[in-house]
Design a protein around this ligand. Structure first.
Ligand code: HEM
Length: 406
């Protein structure tokens, strides 16, 4: 969701937040921009940057004037034609009324009632991963827990055989990769990886959809295969979108939760229930939002907070800045696990409000609760944090644990 023709993908961070320190903590920059230049144009990246809650909320709710359809972006100026990968038509880049057709057939499956039914599956997946970790005193929280939880859960919901999961992780990593630098060579390398992963996944899902058409399974691939008013390409796009939109985001929510809990020294209070873990995870969503920015394109000449936006202009909407806007949140730079109400928009807002929000919350609640129940001591090592190069999270998070004997 950070740039590119898909939910996530190629796109450089602003100059001001490219260093390791600023990637880990872009929040001072956000505060400065929010105050001094809440809507401003970056010539280098050719985008408007928007930092305030009110403005971002306005743009996201006003899909007539600000489209999510990235094909309208003017690519003429970038790297000999395009820095986009070929785009599959999915709900995330489609405006109403078409959007409704692409989302409507599956919306029900992601509502709280349906999500509650998946909970035992998520509990089982988490318990099995923890069984493996129990024999270790040290492990990398990202690689061995935060990555596999959402990958296995979504693979199960889609009805993907267990032996394809490793392949799935490789595909989803390639799809959200971001260039390490802005050389032509590096950008093309990332694009080639994305295209290859997309093609391979496309072929894989096209075959699976064909096999499941007319079946009566309740997995998401069968539901998509039987959806009446979706084309073959749209069904494939839907399956790929779920992996793209749901994996690294949820991985980062889990990682950012342990990162924040350790930093705040509240792991034990969450374990004992002195701090409510669901509310604390909401605060992580606000404080360390896995997706820091979204894109939209103006479809008409409009004014936004005193700036003249022209048709075709790209806007980068900084959710990470919005979620710390002092106009909305008391003491916004402070992590307050008991915060309520918590009006963060880490899952977006408007018609594209995250389809998987209830699922992500349930996964995080189950995973964090079980993790802390299983280990009566968990220390995360924050001494050498490396930011992820795609969304907002960490490359690794070394943990030391001891097992609860009861
Ligand atoms: C859309 C965040 C997990 C599926 C979005 C959007 C955000 C977001 C900000 C809005 C994009 C836009 O307006 O352009 C997150 C975060 C997650 C998460 C922070 C985890 C903590 C998931 C999961 C799934 C999922 C687990 C599915 C399995 C989707 C889909 C959309 C979406 C399909 C597009 C909805 C539409 O266009 O109508 N997500 N997401 N997300 N998300 Fe999530």
């Amino acid at each position: 969701m950070q740039s590119s023709g898909s939910a996530v993908g190629v796109g450089q961070a602003p100059e001001a937040i490219r260093s390791r320190e600023r990637q880990l903590s872009p929040f001072e920059w956000y505060a400065e921009m929010r105050q001094k230049t809440p809507v401003c144009y970056d010539e280098q990246r050719e985008t408007w940057d928007v930092f305030r809650y009110e403005d971002v909320n306005h743009v996201l709710k006003n899909h007539d004037a600000f489209t999510a359809n990235r094909t309208l972006e003017d690519n003429e100026s970038s790297n000999g034609g395009s820095d986009e990968m070929p785009m599959l038509q999915t709900m995330i880049t489609t405006d109403p009324p078409e959007h409704n057709r692409l989302r409507g057939f599956i919306d029900e499956q992601f509502q709280p009632g349906a999500i509650r039914e998946y909970q035992p599956q998520v509990e089982k997946v988490t318990a099995e991963l923890l069984d493996d970790l129990e024999n270790k005193q040290q492990f990398d929280f990202v690689d061995e827990f935060a990555v596999p939880v959402p990958v296995i859960v979504i693979a199960e919901l889609l009805g993907i055989p267990a032996d394809r999961r490793e392949q799935f992780k490789e595909w989803s990593d390639a799809l959200v990769a971001r260039p390490e630098d802005d050389t032509e060579e590096e950008i093309q390398r990332v694009q080639r990886g994305q295209q290859q992963a997309q093609q391979e996944m496309g072929r894989y899902f096209a075959k699976l959809l064909e096999e499941r058409r007319g079946g009566d399974g309740d997995d998401l691939v069968t539901l998509a295969a039987n959806a009446e008013d979706l084309s073959r390409g749209e069904k494939v796009g839907f399956c790929i979108l779920l992996l793209l939109a749901g994996n690294i985001t949820t991985t980062n929510l889990l990682t950012n939760t342990i990162w924040s809990f350790e930093e705040e020294g509240i792991i034990n209070d969450v374990r004992t229930g002195a701090i409510d873990h669901e509310q604390a995870i909401e605060e992580v969503l606000r404080y360390r939002s896995p997706i820091q920015s979204l894109k939209r394109i103006a479809t008409e000449n409009v004014e936004l907070n005193g700036q003249q936006i022209q048709t075709g202009d790209v806007l980068t909407l900084w959710l990470g800045a919005v979620n710390r806007d002092p106009e909305i949140f008391d003491d916004p730079e402070k992590f307050r696990p008991e915060r309520g109400p918590n009006r963060h928009i880490a899952f977006g807002t408007g018609v594209h409000f995250c389809l998987g929000a209830h699922l992500a919350r349930m996964e995080a609640d189950v995973a964090i609760e079980q993790l802390l129940e299983r280990f009566d001591r968990l220390d995360a090592d924050l001494s050498d944090l490396q930011p992820l190069s795609s969304l907002y999270g960490l490359e690794s998070l070394p943990c030391e644990v001891s097992v609860n004997a009861h």
